[in-house]
Write a new protein. Structure first.
Ligand code: PLP
Length: 426
């Protein structure tokens, strides 16, 4: 071994894992247990008081899950991570750690529809206000920040694809305002894009998608970038004020550059409770071992399929940043040199009826509401996820009657194209 830092593919296989100290098992075992025996009363007291690291109860920590957390932190270049039950749970715990009732955050209008719902509706119950902004208009983002604003939230490569967010410019705006930039890196994954290198402070993932990669397990991850100063003022009391349940410990002082991850775990996960199952952590960990191979193939296939679609008479437009001439191609070249991801939309000249026909006729593509699977997936939002909206609302949400979203898998591109060809042919 040399002392040079391991490369991304090495970290994807090894980071966080060691042979099991008891059995020698080389693959991280599934510690399918709810609780862990204390050595003695003093050990228990030290664990409960945060004076020692160790396992008490699987809602808060678990050794299988810990390997997943260390691995994602290493791949993203963060200081620590917390794995939870889903991407939505990750977002919930991040905002629970940052916001008090009456606080607000600025969010990009270009987000996964479920996140738009979570922010507009569920978060209102906590008194957390979302200020929506078009992140291509930097002045509008700045204008959306007021005295109550505690963070900016964006997706790096935004669902449903094609939209590349200028993370470096937004990090500058956030830091000028003294607030963190939170980046949902689900669609890009750290293989394509590492937001901390461009100034992001917190990264979240739906590990349900490309990280796990096989469409078999829900999960979410929160990664602490370790660079934000939580103690510079009193805006983030979960980190800067004494915690009564931990002998008045100030988490930001005690845990330094991984204090945010600790606060998410010992205040958020402990009290709100969306733990990931050790079995799902194991599945996602196994998926991550092949992340570099899968993402390279996903992206190569997506470019081939998008190029083919763009030349078809049935197709009015293709929204994929990997295509030369796409409005986001320059930003993709800057941030995503290894590929522009595998999820994108296109428009059918035949409108709504053509969309319904396409999803009914595909045989290799699966018609379902997910992304980031080894299998190729298709959805026609206007007849499914966005069905309840008016036509005007559908268009505003990027889900007009003609729009089809694809998540390109790792099959042979020729077979994917053949399936789309037979489905497009009247
Ligand atoms: N973020 C993005 C970009 C997503 O696409 C999704 C789900 O589709 C989520 C977050 C929510 O993740 P989960 O479904 O794991 O709660």
């Amino acid at each position: 071994m040399t002392d040079s830092k391991p490369g991304f593919s090495t970290l994807a296989v090894h980071a966080g894992a060691q042979p099991d100290p008891t059995t020698g098992a080389r693959v991280t075992p599934i510690y399918q247990t709810t609780a862990f025996v204390f050595e003695d009363v003093d050990h228990a007291a030290a664990l409960f008081g945060l004076q020692a690291f160790g396992n008490i109860y699987t809602r808060i920590t678990n050794p299988t899950t810990a390997v997943l957390e260390e691995r994602v932190a290493a791949l993203e270049g963060g200081t620590a991570a917390v794995a939870v039950a889903s991407g939505h749970a990750a977002q919930h715990l991040v905002f629970h750690t940052l916001l008090r009732p009456g606080d607000s955050f600025v969010a990009s209008r270009r987000l996964y529809g479920g996140s738009i719902n979570q922010f507009n509706h569920a978060f209102k119950n906590y008194g957390w206000e979302v200020h929506w902004a078009d992140t291509e208009d930097l002045a509008a983002v700045e204008a959306a920040i007021d005295a109550t604003t505690k963070a900016i939230f964006v997706e790096s490569l935004a669902n449903p694809g094609g939209f590349v967010t200028d993370i470096a410019a937004l990090a500058e705006i956030a830091h000028r305002a003294g607030i963190p930039l939170i980046v949902d890196n689900t669609m890009a994954t750290p293989y394509l894009w590492r937001p901390f290198e461009y100034g992001a402070d917190i990264v979240v993932h739906s590990a349900t998608k490309f990280l796990g990669g096989h469409g078999n397990s829900m999960g979410g991850v929160i990664v602490d970038g370790g660079t934000f100063d939580w103690l510079k003022d009193d805006r983030y009391p979960m980190l800067s004020a004494p915690r009564p349940e931990y002998q008045n410990m100030v988490l930001g002082q005690t845990f330094g550059n991984f204090a945010f991850a600790i606060a998410v775990r010992v205040l958020g996960l402990r009290d709100i409770g969306p733990a990931i199952s050790p079995f799902n952590a194991f599945q996602i960990l196994t998926g991550i071992e092949t992340l570099p191979l899968r993402m390279a193939k996903h992206c190569a296939n997506a470019l081939e399929v998008a190029t083919w679609l763009a030349a078809r008479p049935e197709v009015a437009w293709v929204n994929y940043a990997g295509l030369p001439g796409d409005p986001h191609h320059a930003l993709a070249a800057k941030y995503l040199p290894k590929g522009a991801g595998a999820v994108f939309t296109f428009g059918l000249a035949g409108g709504y009826e053509a969309g319904v026909r396409l999803v009914s006729k595909v045989a290799l593509f699966s018609h379902l509401a997910n992304i980031g699977d080894t299998r190729s997936l298709v959805i026609h939002p206007a007849s499914t996820t966005h069905r309840q909206l008016s036509d005007a609302q559908k268009i505003a949400a990027g889900a007009g009657p003609d729009v089809v979203r694809l998540s390109i898998g790792i099959e042979d591109a020729a077979d994917l194209i053949a399936d789309l060809e037979q489905a497009l042919t009247p």
